[in-house]
Design a protein around this ligand. Structure first.
Ligand code: 13P
Ligand code: SF4
Length: 353
């Protein structure tokens, strides 16, 4: 639906009043009505770098989800204030790894004698506490754009990796990019006694996968791929690595949101694409490439509900308050967590490529 013209005008006026004092970041999964006001758009890796590159902006307005705003706060200066237009914009995947659970899992690894040889790597899609855990224990952060480099780095520093919180990105990277086997991977389930693993299994595994997943990407299935191939015989299936291993294996291409955008931009006119990622992005890609057939991989999978919490009314509310001198919905990570999370983020930012 078209945005309310009155709200668009209010957002435009507040944005203009703020000028260079504000910098608005928009994740690719945001609604069109929000993306139109983003100074930059990107995947979580690009936005983390972009946030750090604007030291003159007093306010970083983060149109994305909570863990991204936390990362922006960690990577920007103390004089900069990060604002999340709706505090309810969390991430179900990030919520699947809680600090106490991860501490307990580390103790479990210690009991099996493997903690010392394990390097924890957390996906960007995790709370600042989990990033800080990785910083404290010699680990790093990764995103879907650099998970391979992060795992390579981890195996230079240890014999095993504990990958948090997305089992699918961890498994897909280990198997498809590092050439490990599915048997080298072991799921660590925080809801089972002893995390559902024996000491022997922990000792034998190379990659310990935290049992978390994305509630959007985790829903694409082998049937989604088979159905679209039947409907559109020459279709190219392009999916995000947060999808299940069987989906990624049956697809033609796999990559982060930036990769998906680039692949579509370079695709020849007349080609057909079924995209397995968040719906706002797929709809935008379909509009931007009228010369290509661009369809959503599965009609039953829907928007990321928490990404969609950031809508035009919330953005207007945040911008107008900032323009009138009131800082609302500030996201601020405490100093100790910030220090250790920054250690883990800096290790990621130093990765090659
Ligand atoms: P990227 O931005 O790293 O592609 O991750 C996708 C995602 O699920 C963000 O919430
Ligand atoms: Fe979290 Fe998935 Fe939504 Fe990204 S798309 S914010 S990983 S639930």
């Amino acid at each position: 639906a078209a945005s309310d013209p009155d709200l668009v005008e209010r957002a435009r006026r507040a944005r203009e009043a703020l000028g260079d004092r504000a910098f608005v970041l928009g994740h690719h999964y945001q609604r069109d009505e929000v993306i139109q006001f983003a100074d930059v758009t990107g995947d979580s890796f690009k936005l983390a770098k972009d946030a750090a590159a604007r030291p003159e902006a007093e306010f970083i307005v983060f149109c994305g989800v909570h863990f991204m705003a936390e990362s922006a706060d960690i990577l920007t200066g103390d004089h900069q204030q990060v604002v999340l237009p709706d505090l309810a914009a969390g991430c179900s995947m990030a919520d699947m790894a809680r600090p106490l659970q991860v501490d307990d899992a580390w103790t479990r690894l210690g009991d099996a004698g493997v903690a010392e040889s394990t390097v924890p790597i957390t996906y960007m899609n995790s709370s600042a506490d989990i990033k800080a855990f990785c910083g404290r224990h010699g680990g790093a952060v990764c995103t879907s754009s650099n998970a391979r480099q992060a795992l390579d780095w981890a195996f230079e520093h240890g014999e095993k990796v504990l990958f948090l919180p997305d089992q699918h990105l961890g498994r897909n990277t280990a198997v498809l990019q590092l050439g490990l086997s599915l048997d080298d991977c072991l799921v660590v389930d925080p809801h089972k006694p002893d995390f559902g693993v024996t000491d022997d299994e922990l000792r034998a595994a190379r990659v310990l996968l935290w049992k978390g997943h994305c509630s959007v990407h985790g829903r694409f299935s082998l049937e989604s791929v088979a159905d679209v191939r039947e409907r559109i015989p020459d279709v190219n299936v392009l999916v995000h690595p947060e999808c299940k291993n069987e989906v990624v294996t049956s697809a033609d291409h796999v990559g982060s949101t930036e990769y998906i955008i680039k692949t579509l931009a370079e695709a020849p006119a007349g080609s057909a694409w079924a995209i397995g990622t968040e719906l706002n992005l797929v709809k935008r890609l379909a509009n931007e490439h009228p010369d290509k057939t661009v369809v959503f991989l599965d009609k039953t999978v829907c928007f990321c509900s928490t990404m969609n919490r950031i809508d035009l009314p919330h953005l207007v509310w945040a911008l107008e308050n900032l323009a009138e001198g009131r800082v609302v919905n500030r996201i601020e990570v405490d100093d100790d967590t910030e220090h250790w999370a920054r250690v883990a983020l800096d290790r990621m930012l130093a990765l090659p490529g």
